[in-house]
Write a protein that binds this ligand. Structure first.
Ligand code: NAD
Length: 254
């Protein structure tokens, strides 16, 4: 039975991932702020280290899968967004890569976002700070931002680049790693944006070509596929699961 750790397991896409993976025969070690096998706050370095230690203890140091799904949306504070969505992912990847290297056909998935391609986040100085692993400088940039949506897009862009930078070293250790980039998906995070007067109109009007938001299960099925042996040649890819949003926004670029 494969053992897979899933962050953000208590809600939305992460909960659906756990359900899909359990149905596929995985033992799940969920990581979340509550209702999980490992209770931890991924917004702080201490919380991330506590999560890593608990996962290593519960898995006896061997993982077959890892899904980094925990995240906060644009309605959160900018400094929380970068702390959870970037450092809460990359530190889990760093802390658990050794356990994955000992697993059977190990694979990992990071949940990014179609927002990573919106508004040129690559030009944001905070992206360079994130990619340099400098959390203090990233938080400084985040605190100076007017729009938390910029922090969100930047965190998802940077985390996607971080995954791509692992293509060679992780392959050398026999571990596949991919990004799933969802569009709008009906979860509490999405609902929080719809309830936020700063974003409600834009979120309501930004509809995918398929004419609707996705369901968490539609993302979870792709994550389960990417962790399975059926995806054995898919590595360091970014898979948009967005009802066509990315192609709609930038039809002539990819
Ligand atoms: P959600 O709010 O339903 O679930 C997020 C989970 O992450 C929650 O269980 C929450 O407790 C956990 N989490 C948040 N901060 C944490 C922290 N500091 N420590 C530990 N756990 C923490 O949201 P969701 O929509 O299922 O989001 C899952 C992922 O999907 C996120 O990374 C999000 O950015 C991404 N995403 C969502 C959408 C969407 O429209 N829902 C679109 C693109 C990407």
């Amino acid at each position: 039975m494969p053992t897979t750790a899933v962050s953000g397991s208590a809600s939305g896409i992460g909960a659906a991932v756990c359900q899909a993976l359990r149905a596929a025969g995985h033992r799940i070690i969920g990581i979340d702020r509550e209702h999980a096998e490992v209770i931890a706050d991924l917004s702080s370095a201490a919380g991330r280290q506590a999560a890593i230690s608990a996962v290593l203890e519960q898995s006896a140091g061997v993982l077959d899968g890892l899904v980094c799904c925990a995240g906060v949306g644009s309605s959160a504070l900018s400094n929380t967004i970068v702390a959870v969505n970037y450092f809460g992912v990359t530190e889990l990847l760093d802390g658990l890569v050794g356990a994955l290297a000992k697993g059977h056909e190990p694979a990992a998935v990071v949940i990014g976002s179609v927002a990573a391609t919106h508004g040129n986040p690559e030009l944001q100085p905070m992206v360079a700070a994130m990619l340099a692993g400098n959390e203090a400088l990233t938080l400084e940039h985040a605190n100076a931002l007017e729009k938390s949506s910029v922090a969100y897009a930047s965190s998802k862009y940077a985390v996607t680049c971080n995954v791509r930078s692992r293509a060679v070293p992780w392959a050398k250790q026999g571990i596949r790693l991919n990004v799933v980039a969802p569009g709008a998906v009906e979860t509490p995070l999405h609902q929080a944006s719809l309830n936020d007067p700063r974003f409600a109109k834009a979120v309501r009007e930004f509809v995918a070509p398929l004419g609707r938001a996705g369901h968490p299960e539609e993302i979870a099925q792709v994550v389960a596929f990417l962790l399975s042996s059926q995806a054995s040649f898919i590595h360091a890819s970014v898979m948009f699961v967005d009802g066509g949003m990315d192609a709609m926004v930038r039809p002539a670029r990819f």
